[in-house]
Design a protein around this ligand. Structure first.
Ligand SMILES: [Zn+2]
Ligand SMILES: [Zn+2]
Length: 385
């Protein structure tokens, strides 16, 4: 079994946590709109103590909540900023305290489950995307078939906290920002809009000590090993469909499909020809004349020795029956071995002499008949035969 890494989800969703809280600084601190500075201060202090990241070993989710509280307090505790905010909302405030390190930290940790969180916030049921996975297999695996394990990343309910986002043994509390509703109603009558609460990620509950496995979001990635069966006689471009092994769906939506696309690697000695296999073996002049033995590689591994018959011509084939690839009828094709006579490289006086001597003592019937025909041709009238 070979293991391949696959499928890091590519999509990123920009975090819009801050935007969702545009009109809810008061709500964030749990005070009424007209609260006096003293009320705001004590509300902030109590919440800051509760959500301070130091109590949660610098947990990113706690840090984010803490930052939201701090941002709200920064504005509401400053008379001038508060007035602007009351009048024009958050857009009126210059610089939103862009802290890329902070946001980046959360995003890096959440990237692969963001899609799921985003959809949970919006309450959408969505099927996972389909995905392509290129897979390179050896010629032997493609010819005879094999099973290859691939790693597939899934997102689903965190098994450690059972999805409630709290460290095992600790509890969850009602979200004070949305009053456990998971969303915040803004506007009235027909214009009322329910905005998902980003303090609790639309869950209505907040884990004071977030689950370490899922960063407190209740959704976690898991890596599954999935066996992929490559059938015998597979060709490059063949698509194997793994239904339901694509990226997970969200909010109960089904997972997408995974399309494994095969590419067959070349073998250095063996080529495929239908059900048959082909290979070329270089032999010497002497082996061709006197016969000998050639060692032929087998695709399933190892090699066999085959007899080179005396008087072998260059390019002559030998056929190893039943040693090729599997056929549709359950039999096996052949291995066709081409014997190529190699013209020797001669770089010594002795070798040159021996070869010349060899020529003189050998019989060359083809050459003899050629010379006879050539002589006749030269002796005949031009235009005759
Ligand atoms: Zn968890
Ligand atoms: Zn909430």
């Amino acid at each position: 079994m070979t293991t391949l890494t696959a499928l890091a989800p590519e999509r990123r969703i920009e975090s819009d946590h801050d935007e969702l809280l545009v009109t809810t600084f008061y709500r964030l601190l749990g005070v009424r709109d007209g609260a006096d500075p003293g009320e705001i201060k004590s509300a902030y202090r109590a919440l800051a103590r509760k959500y301070h990241p130091d109590h949660n070993s610098g947990h990113p989710l706690s840090e984010r909540r803490f930052r939201l509280l701090a941002e709200a307090y920064e504005v509401l505790s400053d008379a001038e900023q508060r007035e602007k905010y009351d009048r024009y909302g958050k857009v009126a405030l210059t610089k939103r305290g862009d802290q890329p390190g902070f946001v980046g930290g959360v995003q890096r940790l959440l990237t692969n489950v963001e899609q799921a969180i985003d959809a949970r916030r919006k309450g959408q049921k969505r099927r996972g995307d389909d995905r392509r996975l290129p897979l390179e297999v050896s010629l032997a695996h493609a010819v005879f078939g094999t099973t290859i394990a691939i790693s597939v990343v899934r997102t689903g309910t965190c098994d450690l906290c059972k999805g409630n986002g709290a460290d095992p043994g600790t509890g969850v509390e009602a979200c004070h920002v949305c009053d456990s509703r998971g969303s915040i109603r803004e506007g009235t009558g027909l214009l009322a809009v329910d905005t998902p609460c980003s303090f609790c990620d639309a869950r209505g509950k907040v884990a004071l000590s977030p689950c370490g496995a899922c960063v407190g979001v209740g959704i976690r990635e898991r890596t599954l090993e999935v066996p992929v069966t490559v059938p015998p006689a597979a060709k490059t471009g063949r698509r194997l469909v793994l239904r339901g092994y694509g990226p997970s769906g969200v909010n109960g939506g089904e997972a997408g499909d995974l399309f494994v696309e095969l590419t067959i690697k070349n073998h250095p000695l063996i080529e495929r020809d239908g059900d048959d296999l082909r290979c070329a073996v270089p032999i010497t002049i002497t082996e061709a004349v006197l016969g000998g033995e050639a060692v032929v590689p087998l695709l399933e591994g190892g090699a066999v020795a085959v007899r080179i018959p005396p008087g072998t011509r260059s390019g002559q084939f030998l056929r190893l029956r039943g040693r090729g690839g599997p056929t549709e009828k359950g039999a096996r094709g052949d291995v066709l071995v081409r014997l190529d006579i190699e013209t020797p490289v001669v770089d010594s006086h002795v070798a040159r002499e021996l070869l010349t001597r060899l020529d003189q003592v050998s019989i060359h019937p083809l050459r003899a008949s050629y010379v006879r025909a050539l002589n006749q041709h030269q002796a005949s009238e031009p235009g005759g035969s």
